[in-house]
Ligand binder design. Structure first.
Ligand code: HEM
Length: 168
């Protein structure tokens, strides 16, 4: 029987080489708003990993910064298309699935500018028709902004957060 662990970490697939700055576990704090809801503050943990294949796994969970109760969570995959483009699929327990495409700019900072091709919602989910996500990595700091068109409102800001990488 092989002694090799099924959990041993392979090298990143060459197709994700320009995205390795995303890898790691990140923790930080964010703020959210929307015209139809009260403003809120949250604590967040994001984990972005790889298994040696040409995609990155993505998962996040959040808690209310004041009550510590669980808030939003989501998970999905970043799928590079060459070095300048990326696709993102994300599913939320609130019944929303986002299918994004976007541009990748790699320089001193890594920047992803994503917009949905499609948003699908289950019959009981709230209505969401468009989402944009902007993610910037500079060293061990991640900053992101999320905007959405939802519940009859035009595309506008929902989230801003800044996180620090706590493990590679
Ligand atoms: C860090 C991630 C997120 C956090 C912490 C968060 C938090 C919240 C909170 C606290 C509310 C108000 C209470 C509630 O309806 O549950 C809310 C509402 C909502 N959020 Fe988010 N959210 C996040 C991400 C998203 C994303 C990515 C989407 C859509 C793609 C989204 C769509 C909505 C919608 C549709 C509502 C309902 C608005 C309404 O009822 O008027 N949220 N969110």
């Amino acid at each position: 029987m092989s002694s090799e662990s099924p959990c041993s970490s392979p090298p990143p697939h060459p197709d994700i080489a320009h995205l390795v700055a995303l890898l790691g576990t990140w923790r930080g704090r964010g703020r959210g708003d929307y015209p139809t809801i009260d403003d809120f503050e949250y604590l967040e943990e994001v984990t972005i990993g790889h298994v040696g294949k040409p995609f990155l796994s993505y998962a996040q969970k959040t808690r209310d910064a004041h009550t510590d109760l669980p808030l939003h969570a989501e998970s999905g995959y970043f799928r590079p298309v060459g070095v300048g483009e990326v696709e993102l699929v994300v599913a939320q327990p609130s019944g929303i699935v986002e299918l994004h495409t976007g541009a990748v700019t790699a320089g001193q900072e890594l920047r992803l500018e994503l917009a949905t091709l499609h948003v699908h919602t289950t019959p009981t989910a709230k209505s969401v028709t468009e989402v944009t996500r902007s993610i910037t990595i500079a060293g061990d700091t991640m900053h992101y902004e999320v905007a959405m068109a939802a519940v009859g409102q035009p595309l506008q800001h929902h989230l801003t957060a800044t996180l620090q990488r706590i493990t590679d």
